[in-house]
Write a protein that binds this ligand. Structure first.
Ligand code: ADP
Ligand code: MG
Length: 698
């Protein structure tokens, strides 16, 4: 039997393969491009393409594809085979540098939010050499960016790469001020923890709501849910263990660092966490992970649900974005150092994050906004829609001491001055005891916990990188001009703490009192829904920052706002129509059949035994008939709300109508249906129950 280290990365054209298959010159030139972002010349591209093709064909690949991440949130690929005809009737396998570098998928049906007029419908893809090519099935996949001919980004990778670049530039300016002349780049890294549900295909197939929308739209609570907390970290069932084993194998072959796996809080809910890597690669890997989870599940007769809220009343699924920044030599800039000087640098980077999160709370909320995630945020299981930062006791005490110019209790009684001699040495507590904070410092990284399980992590990291780059830019502008660096540094850290301490909150983020304090006393934003937050993408301060740093153009921002709102409207409309359909075709007929059978039986019994009351049957018929009336009336209201969407003047108004009329009508309709489920005999109910589904995998 082969060991993991034998086959780890076997499907990846990684550094090992490059070194083995490229000439020294070509390898050096490609490495330079990967590490420092320099342009690649066509001669090198041709040599790389040839080596890549030979390697891939040797592994059984017949096709190649430019693999990209359009704004649909999932990945896209169009396969071309390597074959080129020869005059003698045979074929040879060819792949040129030009094909490697640039592709022109006929991608006119991807959303562009008006960025691509039909005459330039094609758009093009461009190789991202910083993410290794890999083989999936029989296809060589080349990670690429996707742009319009006008140069506008039509994907999530392009702005992510731009945000990494500006963060690096601004962080290097700060490092130079601290005397670091060696660092060539600063990179942001991410370890995304991925939650998901596993259910059997048999259950899935019987639920039109799961098939059409990814979540259940009806379903009474099971007698046993997650109240016993016996699933969390519990023993993994054999069917799940077999899935996880296969999943790990597939991920490892693709060089994905799958590390931990465990059961989550809800029955049938699990988590997979990889070891962190650079933001760009982590994003590609997370997209691949989600795709492979679904494929492997299918092989096991299972379905992997990545929806944020597949079951009402049961914990939803999120994704934790563990984020840090480090130099190319591996120094983590969010790690307190051993010397006061290093700690001053650490405090400045920490402040940059605090300022960024406070100044751009809305952008972080926008980055995770989807119809699915709106069901989680603020539902006592995920952090609220209000963003705050948890720092832990030590760090909090350090910042408070600086803020109030008082001695820091943790050390000798010295005034907290950031001068080299007087800054105390401190250690931060690396255990994070607060699981309710949306943005928690966990020793040497920040964990952003608001992402939904199906979200691409690209959007979050674009906003995070850009916002932190902006803080650093402002700091660098000031510090570079300062006459006395240490005084200026101290003043700046102090000012950041004063200006932004409202965003720091170490208490319970799930508490209603906190939401009140956050919004009414501290003035933090609380955008409950996608419809509430998305228009703010175009607020002046956001546009200024994002376009100023060159992360987005104004047109790209406009198009993204529209596409995200369209996605929101479309997914909720599909849900509403699915509900209406399920009521008419399945739920109402089932209740009617059950009540008429009951009524007939009761009548038969009374005919035989006139002294019987048959009160069980008659009460049930009565109750179910009242519910049926209510279902009829509420279905009607939902239908009207959906039709009303046509009157919306623009996408913002449509999203508001979704929020204010369609979603409430859906919740209303669900209530009598779920009650009817509890009262109807199992053999009559047309769908498997929550209990059936959640405990289906053995
Ligand atoms: P948790 O307590 O939330 O399970 P872990 O310490 O297990 O936290 O880490 C969770 C994730 O954070 C993993 O993906 C891990 O690789 C990642 N991680 C650890 N250190 C860093 C870092 N410096 N930068 C980014 N991610 C990191
Ligand atoms: Mg975590």
């Amino acid at each position: 039997m082969s060991t993991v280290s034998d086959y780890f990365g076997s499907q990846v054209f990684d550094d090992r393969v490059m070194r083995a298959t490229l000439s020294a010159d070509v390898y050096a030139s490609l490495r330079h491009t990967i590490d420092e972002g320099t342009e690649l010349d066509i001669g090198v591209a041709n040599a790389v393409a040839e080596a890549m093709k030979n390697w891939a064909v040797g592994k059984g690949a017949t096709h190649f594809t430019h693999w990209f991440q359009p704004l649909t949130g999932i990945t896209a690929e169009k396969h071309d085979s390597f074959i080129t005809p020869s005059p003698d009737g045979s074929v040879i396998m060819e792949f040129s540098g030009k094909e490697l570098i640039k592709g022109e998928p006929d991608a006119s049906s991807f959303p562009s939010g008006g960025l691509r007029a039909t005459f330039e419908a094609r758009g093009y893809t461009a190789w991202d050499p910083t993410s290794y090519a890999f083989i999936k099935g029989k296809t060589l996949c080349i990670p690429t960016a996707f742009c319009s001919y006008g140069g506008h980004a039509l994907d999530k990778k392009t702005p992510l790469l731009r945000s990494m670049e500006v963060l690096s530039q601004q962080a290097l300016r700060i490092l130079r001020l601290f005397g670091n002349d060696d660092a060539k780049r600063v990179v942001s890294s991410v370890g995304p923890e991925q939650e998901y549900f596993l259910i059997t295909r048999e259950m899935y197939e019987q639920r039109p709501d799961l098939r059409f929308t990814g979540r259940t739209l009806f379903g009474a609570r099971p007698p046993k849910g997650q109240e016993m907390d016996d699933h969390y970290f519990g023993v993994i069932k054999p069917g799940v263990a077999a899935f996880m084993e296969d999943l790990n194998d597939e991920l490892w072959k693709l060089g994905i660092l799958a590390k931990t796996e465990h059961n989550e809080v809800a029955p049938a809910q699990h988590e997979l966490a990889p070891i962190y890597t650079t933001t760009n690669v982590a994003t590609d890997h997370n997209q691949l992970t989600m795709e492979i989870m679904q494929k492997v599940a299918a092989k096991h007769g299972l379905v992997c649900l990545l929806h944020e809220k597949p079951f009402a009343g049961v914990n939803g699924s999120g994704k934790h974005n563990n984020w840090s920044i480090s130099t190319d030599s591996g120094q983590n800039l969010l790690s307190p150092g051993d010397t006061p000087y290093e700690n001053a640098q650490f405090l400045l980077f920490l402040c940059a994050v605090i300022k960024a999160v406070d100044d751009y709370q809305d952008l972080l909320r926008i980055a995770v906004a989807t119809a699915g995630n709106d069901h989680r945020l603020g539902a006592n299981e995920a952090p609220p829609a209000v963003i705050s930062i948890f720092l832990g006791d030590e760090l909090n005490a350090v910042l408070e001491a600086i803020d109030s110019d008082t001695p820091y209790a943790g050390t000798e009684k010295k005034i907290m001055k950031l001068g080299v001699d007087v800054l105390p040495k401190f250690r931060v507590d690396t255990t994070d005891r607060n699981r309710t904070s949306p943005f928690a410092f966990t020793g040497n990284k920040f964990e952003f916990r608001m992402l939904g399980s199906s979200n691409s992590i690209a959007c979050t990291n674009i906003m995070l990188n850009a916002a932190v780059a902006e803080s650093l830019r402002i700091y660098a502008d000031r510090l570079e001009k300062a006459e006395d660096f240490e005084t200026a540094l101290h003043d700046m850290i102090r000012k950041t703490i004063k200006d932004h301490k409202r965003i720091i909150f170490n208490g319970n983020g799930y508490d209603d009192a906190w939401i009140k304090e956050a919004t009414e006393v501290r003035g933090l934003t609380n955008y409950r829904t996608t419809a509430d937050c998305m228009p703010h993408l175009l607020d002046e301060k956001n546009v200024e920052m994002l376009t100023g740093l060159g992360v987005f153009t104004i047109d790209e921002l406009k198009s993204r706002r529209d596409i995200m709102l369209e996605n929101y409207c479309k997914s909720v409309t599909i849900e509403a129509n699915t509900m209406i359909n399920m009521v008419h075709k399945r739920i109402a007929p089932a209740i009617t059949r059950f009540t008429s059978d009951l009524a007939r039986q009761a009548a038969d019994k009374i005919a035989l035994f006139p002294d019987l009351a048959c009160s069980y049957e008659s009460e049930l018929v009565r109750r179910l008939s009242i519910l049926t009336d209510s279902i009829a009336q509420r279905t009607n209201s939902l239908e009207k709300a959906v039709i009303g969407l046509q009157q919306a003047e623009d996408i913002i108004e449509e999203a508001e109508r979704i929020r204010d009329t369609v979603l409430p009508a859906m919740s209303e309709l669900r209530i009598p249906c779920d009650e009817a489920e509890l009262l109807t005999a199992k053999s009559y109910w047309p769908f498997p129950s929550y209990g059936d589904i959640l405990f289906s995998v053995k």
